[in-house]
Each structure stands twice: as structure tokens, then as C-alpha cells.
Design a protein around this ligand. Structure first.
Ligand code: ZN
Length: 187
């Protein structure tokens, strides 16, 4: 999904959501993900703890059409539409609405939902390891012309380990490039 590829229908909602609290995963805002992605986050957070002593937190997961409408409307009111579109998806266009995207933070390191997250131990561990668990960094640095979004070092999209490994092996930085899909800088 991107600014050229909305959800159909726009108010799509997945049927297999799992609350992170049900599987013992920290999620400050009580979020959920689709079952397979939820399990992958659980495994990834356990590995971050065991391998690097990190306590990761899922700051945001599934967001429904109504919540995305509220968030986007708020960003437009605060920033204006042009700036809002670089940081928040319009309703029906958000990866969070698929239940396959997770915004991740690292407890005690600050930089929650800020670009400086990329300099924290948690951000660096994720950048190096998320592909092992089926996740890709969806909005990398310097790729706004392709993805349509500014660098979001906290936003990871679940694609499954087969795809994340293939993307890692190919050395492509954006999902669009990996798929051979056109760039999606705008709506
Ligand atoms: Zn996100």
C-alpha cells in the first residue's frame, strides 16, 4: 500500500486481530495486529531482549478507518495538508489499517516517533535485525520521492520472512523498488 494504492474497500478491517496485551507484548496504547504479525512482533521483541537487553514497545499497531480519520484531520489542522501528508496517511491509505504495521519504540531511550530513534540502540537493533522476523523499514531515509513519506525509523511493516529475506538479499531500500512498483510521492 502507498499513496497510489489504497485499501479496497477504504474502510477495510482485518478479521484476525490479536491484542498485544493478550500475548504479553508491551504496547503502551493497547494496540493489536493481525495474528501472524503479532506473533512475529512477540518473537522479535523477545530476541531484542535476549540479544541486546532492549525492552521494545509497540507504540502503534492496527488503526481503523475512523481513528485514522481523526489522526489525519488533527495533523492537517496542526501542520496544514502538505506537511500532514508527509507524516500521516489519509484514511484508507494507512498501512496501520492493514493490521500489518507497527510503530516501535525502545523503553528508556526516548525519541519516541522521532527521527532520532534511528540513533538509539533500539532503533539500530531494529534496522539491523527486523528482516530476520519478517519486517521491513517501510519509510527509509532519503526515500520520500519513492514512498511519499519522510524518514520514519520507527515504522515497520510485516511482509513475512520470505519477502523480508529476499529484499535484504536484493539490497533494495524501498518496498516499491523491490516490487518493481511505481514511485508514490503523492496522491
Ligand atoms: Zn507508523
Amino acid at each position: 500500500m502507498n499513496k497510489q494504492t489504497p485499501l479496497v474497500p477504504a474502510d477495510y478491517a482485518p478479521a484476525d486481530l490479536v491484542a498485544m496485551s493478550e500475548i504479553g507484548v508491551p504496547s503502551a496504547n493497547g494496540h493489536s495486529l493481525r495474528s501472524e504479525a503479532a506473533t512475529a512482533v512477540q518473537t522479535m521483541f523477545a530476541a531484542a531482549s535476549a540479544e541486546a537487553g532492549l525492552t521494545l514497545d509497540m507504540t502503534s499497531g492496527y488503526r481503523d478507518y475512523g481513528l485514522q480519520t481523526e489522526l489525519y484531520t488533527g495533523y492537517v489542522a496542526d501542520l496544514g495538508q502538505e506537511a500532514a501528508d508527509l507524516t500521516s496517511a489519509r484514511p484508507g491509505y494507512s498501512e496501520h489499517q492493514t493490521g500489518l504495521a507497527a510503530d516501535i519504540s525502545s523503553q528508556g531511550e526516548g525519541c519516541v516517533l522521532e527521527q532520532c530513534f534511528s540513533t538509539t540502540a533500539g532503533g539500530q537493533w531494529l534496522a539491523a535485525n527486523a528482516h530476520r522476523f519478517g519486517f521491513i523499514l517501510r519509510f527509509p531515509d532519503g526515500a520520500t520521492a519513492t514512498t511519499g513519506y519522510e524518514f520514519e525509523p520507527w515504522h515497520y511493516r510485516y511482509v513475512g520472512t520470505e519477502t523480508s529475506a529476499a529484499m535484504q538479499a536484493a539490497g533494495t531500500t524501498t518496498y516499491e523498488e523491490f516490487l518493481g512498483a511505481p514511485a508514490a510521492p503523492g496522491y
